[in-house]
Design a protein around this ligand. Structure first.
Ligand code: ATP
Ligand code: MG
Length: 440
């Protein structure tokens, strides 16, 4: 008998809510178990952020039994039970169901038996249950051994299980990467053999799995496994072809290993940067990016930021091309101020990769940029056209017209970047007149 001591692995509010659900269900004569990912994570010593319970109580019975509930997916058997400020998912036992199209079960059937519920789950390590008050683990699927031996294996025949639901191979790669586990041979082979089912999975769901690797320690391995299984071209056709070159793939893997994306835009930008920098073929990165983002239904704002990052002016500062105060001001003027920290972080990561033999020089340069930024901010130096002491109307008044207005404003900005003291109305109008050959 395996027993887990989880009391110190669950935050107190969550623990109290879990005990409340467990005792309420049991007092009413129902069964109740902690199940799936929660048990897996407890057994490997992770602190839990949420709990998943399973029970033989039907959704309607749950709604009656608990005073505060949200019937999020009552037709699928899931009810959220609220205890104080904590929300916990409770799901009614389900049966093996017939999968119609490799995407979702044809219909949901509730069951009365824990074992059946466990057998329908995807991987053995996700098929464990645990009595919440006693901590006793129930293992009908040999999940404990696989957890001990760090193995990802489907419950039952992998060919059958992956043909039912094409999301499972992607989840398998994600678990293998996040847990540092090996995919058992038959399970790995079935991932590729079942690609026709994977093709039926909606791109949004692939994106969701990708997003879940944002905070992984091993993002590089996730993508290696996805590529090895042949899944990459299913969702990202053009990107898969572009990263096929060894130089691109190897650099991308290094970047994924050593970087720490703040958001999905940075994460996606690693791919585009690798293709742009290490690809032999001259790809149009904007064009490729657009296809890439459309294919995986990448959120529009994040996609825009990713493209911005790949073309970041901060990538222009290198140990050879050292920053100057004027160049830093120009870079600042070219980026949205709320995106600045992503530009700096992305550029620092990429430059550390490019100049990994000369890390000291890169760090020194980052310090210089930071010092320039501090000074520019402290002195509140003008950065953009909006900061100039004159505007388009002022220029019109002295006789500047048409497209020349924009050109002159940009010229004035250059002057002010180089010499902030010139930013007075009188001085700028004089400069504008001289440039436009107007006498005032
Ligand atoms: P995490 O939340 O860390 O990604 P998890 O294992 O909790 O991992 P969820 O998606 O929250 O994953 O699902 C909870 C449980 O439901 C899983 O542990 C597994 O038992 C079962 N499950 C989820 N998706 C599937 C699926 N596509 N096929 C079969 N069982 C699944
Ligand atoms: Mg979960």
């Amino acid at each position: 008998m395996v027993q887990v001591n989880f009391k110190n692995k669950i935050p107190p509010d969550l623990l109290a809510a879990g005990l409340y659900i467990d005792s309420t269900l049991k007092k009413a004569g129902f069964e109740c178990y902690l199940v799936g990912g929660s048990v897996r994570d407890l057994l490997i010593g992770r602190t839990l952020a949420d709990l998943d319970f399973t029970t033989n109580a039907r959704p309607q019975q749950l709604l009656k039994l608990f005073p505060r509930t949200i019937p999020v997916g009552a037709e699928f058997g899931t009810v959220i039970v609220l205890h104080k400020k904590t929300a916990i998912e409770v799901t009614t036992y389900r049966l093996e169901t017939l999968y119609e199209d490799g995407r979702r079960p044809k219909k949901i059937e509730f069951g009365d038996c824990l074992q059946e519920d466990l057998l329908r789950r995807d991987f053995t390590i996700n098929g464990l249950a645990c009595d919440f008050s006693e901590g006793v683990v129930i293992d009908h699927v040999n999940g404990l051994a696989d957890l001990r031996n760090k193995i990802i294996r489907t419950i039952g025949d992998p060919m059958v299980r992956f043909s039912e639901d094409g999301l499972r191979p992607i989840r398998g790669c994600r678990f293998a990467a996040s847990l540092g586990f090996t995919i058992e041979a038959a399970t790995a082979a079935a991932m590729t053999a079942c690609l026709p089912t994977v093709e039926k999975v909606a791109a949004e769901r692939f994106y969701d799995e990708w997003r879940k690797t944002l905070k992984h320690s091993d993002r590089a391995r996730f993508w290696q496994l996805i590529r090895d299984a042949g899944i990459l071209p299913v969702f990202l056709r053009r990107l898969a072809a572009a990263v096929e070159q060894t130089s691109v793939w190897e650099n991308l893997q290094q970047i994924l290993k050593n970087s720490n994306p703040a958001n999905m835009a940075m994460y996606a930008a690693y791919f585009l940067f690798s293709i742009k920098t290490f690809g032999g073929k001259k790809e149009n990165i904007h064009d490729l990016g657009k296809d890439f983002f459309r294919e995986c239904r990448f959120p529009v704002a994040e996609a825009k930021l990713a493209l911005e990052l790949v073309g970041s002016p901060f990538l222009g500062f290198t140990p050879e091309q050292k920053p100057t105060s004027v160049a830093v001001k120009k870079a600042l003027a070219a980026v949205r101020i709320d995106h600045l920290r992503f530009h700096r972080r992305f550029a620092a990561e990429m430059l550390r990769h490019l100049y990994r033999e000369n890390e000291v020089a890169v760090k020194q340069m980052e310090k210089e940029i930071a010092a320039y930024l501090r000074n520019i901010r402290r002195r509140r130096e003008p950065l953009t056209i909006g900061d100039l002491a004159v505007n388009g109307n002022d220029l019109k008044e002295i006789g500047v017209t048409g497209t020349q207005i924009g050109e002159i404003l940009r010229y004035l900005l250059d002057q002010v970047h180089a010499c902030p003291d010139k930013n007075t109305k009188t001085e700028l109008l004089a400069l504008a007149a001289a440039q436009a050959k107007i006498s005032i």
